[in-house]
Design a protein around this ligand. Structure first.
Ligand code: CA
Length: 377
């Protein structure tokens, strides 16, 4: 089998209502999807996390060297691409482009062997996963104490047993909204907070201490990803577990996080940290260090499907327990017109749980009409 064509699909959709996290407003969602075609009729799909026009350029550059290659040699191709661009891209956009390509190659592999990707990665440890609702962003108008509490109660009503709140808007405001959300959902639903590295260690510790009594399941990206010493200071100062890793890349990057014991929960993004090949290795490393891992997920149905294939193979966080702590799926509930539209059948949650797709490869089929609808020239 040979690769005959690589296409980098750039998609965009305007949002009905803009929303903000600690560092920016969104009024548009974009997606960068990778399609790899072969001479045997199998087509694989992948997705890149990151600035879509820039990852598109990366994939177009790498694509020229992929034509004629055997798509089943995923390990060889990963090493080749990484080595060729190593001097300029050990982290960031290059690895995000490589991730989308690697995921598409795993989709082809699954279709070739007529098996889901997880089967070829060692077989499933679970059929479905618990999802947590990612939402609770800021809006242009209204009182966040009120609309965030209402949104949070809505997730509980939908059946979610866990959700994540955006913080990083100033310590006093963060404490107020965290209290309001905890009050709205009651004591039995898990609540996480995510600062998107808006703080330094001093402010992060101050915030953490003020919400420590609210049973926070994790405090995500308290400080910038480069500041592992800051992570360690926050981790040492708080009883709240510290999470991060969506801005980290490859086994080399995660090696530093692990050897420095900078985080309690690692969150590689399959569409960013190096694809399924690399994230399987990262999961194995994480287990060896006795640390937890959950995927960061912010993409379309392709990214969600790839994350689910990976999660099928991630060991539980307490493997010998009768009540194991299983990895949690990040399930983005914010507006994203492209997310499910590009799939012929959407990936849905039922009472906060999501089934792992069992079809060949990523286990999804692409709706090409939707690709046309959202395509940007
Ligand atoms: Ca995050």
């Amino acid at each position: 089998m040979k690769i005959t064509r690589v296409t980098a699909h750039l998609l965009s959709a305007k949002l009905q209502e803009p929303f903000a996290y600690s560092r920016a407003w969104y009024d548009t969602r974009t997606a960068m999807l990778v399609e790899i075609e072969t001479d045997e009729g199998h087509t694989g799909w992948g997705e890149c996390y990151g600035p879509a026009r820039m990852t598109q350029a990366v994939v177009k550059e790498i694509a020229t060297s992929l034509i004629g290659c055997d798509p089943l040699r995923t390990e060889f191709l990963w090493q080749e691409i990484y080595a060729r661009y190593r001097d300029h891209g050990q982290k960031g956009l290059l690895i995000q482009g490589l991730s989308g390509i690697d995921i598409a190659l795993w989709d082809i592999r699954g279709k070739h062997f007529n098996a889901p990707a997880y089967q070829l990665l060692g077989g499933a440890l679970r059929d479905d996963v618990q999802a947590y609702a990612t939402g609770l962003y800021r809006r242009k108008g209204g009182d966040p104490l009120q609309y965030l509490a209402e949104e949070a109660a809505g997730y509980v009503e939908e059946g979610f047993r866990a959700m994540k709140l955006k913080v990083g808007f100033g310590v006093a405001e963060d404490v107020a909204v965290t209290r309001a959300v905890r009050q709205a959902i009651g004591p039995d639903v898990a609540l996480m907070i995510d600062a998107n590295h808006a703080y330094d260690a001093v402010s992060a510790i101050k915030l953490g201490r003020l919400v420590e009594d609210l049973d926070i399941s994790w405090f995500e990206e308290p400080v910038p990803p480069e500041d592992l010493a800051g992570y360690k200071a926050v981790k040492a100062a708080l009883t709240i577990p510290i999470a991060g890793g969506e801005c980290e890349f490859t086994r080399q990057g995660f090696r530093e996080v692990l050897t420095q014991r900078a985080m309690d929960i690692l969150q590689p993004d399959i569409c960013s940290a190096g694809g399924l090949s690399e994230c399987k290795k990262i999961a194995d490393m994480v287990m060896a260090f006795g640390v937890r891992t959950n995927p960061h997920v912010w993409g379309t149905g392709i990214g969600i499907a790839a994350s689910l294939q990976w999660m099928a193979t991630v060991p539980s966080h307490s493997p010998v327990s009768l009540s194991p702590t299983e990895p949690l799926l990040e399930f983005d509930r914010t507006e994203h017109p492209i997310r499910q539209a590009i799939l012929t059948s959407p990936i849905v949650h039922r009472q906060g749980r999501v089934s792992i797709p069992t079809g060949p490869g990523l286990g999804i089929d692409i709706n090409r009409d939707a690709l046309q609808d959202f395509k940007i020239a």
